[in-house]
Design a protein around this ligand. Sequence first.
Ligand SMILES: Cc1cc2nc3c(=O)[nH]c(=O)nc-3n(C[C@H](O)[C@H](O)[C@H](O)COP(=O)(O)O)c2cc1C
Length: 215
Amino acid sequence: MKEFLSKLRKDYSLMGLHEHEMEKDPIKQFEKWIIDAANANITEPNAMTLCTVGKNMKPQSRIVLLRNFDHRGFVFYTNYYSDKAKDIEENPHVCINFFWVDLERQVRIEGVAGKISQAESNEYFQSRPRLNQISAWASPQSQVIQSREELEQKVKELEEKFKDLPVIEKPPFWGGYRVVPTMIEFWQGRPNRLHDRIRYQLQNDKSWKMDRLAP
Ligand SMILES: Cc1cc2nc3c(=O)[nH]c(=O)nc-3n(C[C@H](O)[C@H](O)[C@H](O)COP(=O)(O)O)c2cc1C
């Protein structure tokens, strides 16, 4: 296996990162990059790895989908009783990672997560397909369940229960979090592992300090 893995080598050579071409505002820079990722037809360009550390100090990571971002932060949706939500309740410091392999790019974000308003969560919930809404009601996310059939049976029951309702209400246990960033790093692969890294750190006066980091 060691030999097999050591043969997996990709050299990165698409482009470089130059300070003078980077936006002063990392949110604008992120916007450019996620649009680039979508235009490059990367599958699920808004999929991101979210890391949390609860009070047991054990880091946990999983993919969630970025559903909004602006100067207030990065928004994803989940079940408020899930393991990630419990971790965030105990310790709101999280980090996020995007890897867009076809563009040889990575973005790392550190920040503090907090629940968004019910109104904002409701608005997003109403934009989801009806069957996704029913799945949110049906799934006790992160809990042990007896079988796939149990879950599918629950979906059937909920479809019946909601069948005459034109609008399905958001479950009270489901909604969004916004990660307010304190650090955003942009990574571009370069030949021979001499990659480019540009890091933005939030300062006390709310401005962003830009630094180049060694790869
Ligand atoms: C491509 C992809 C997208 C996902 N998007 C979400 C999401 O937006 N929200 C979510 O709660 N889980 C999402 N998941 C499932 C999570 O990775 C995870 O299994 C689930 O949230 C339970 O995590 P937890 O037990 O750590 O809370 C996604 C998984 C994948 C692979």
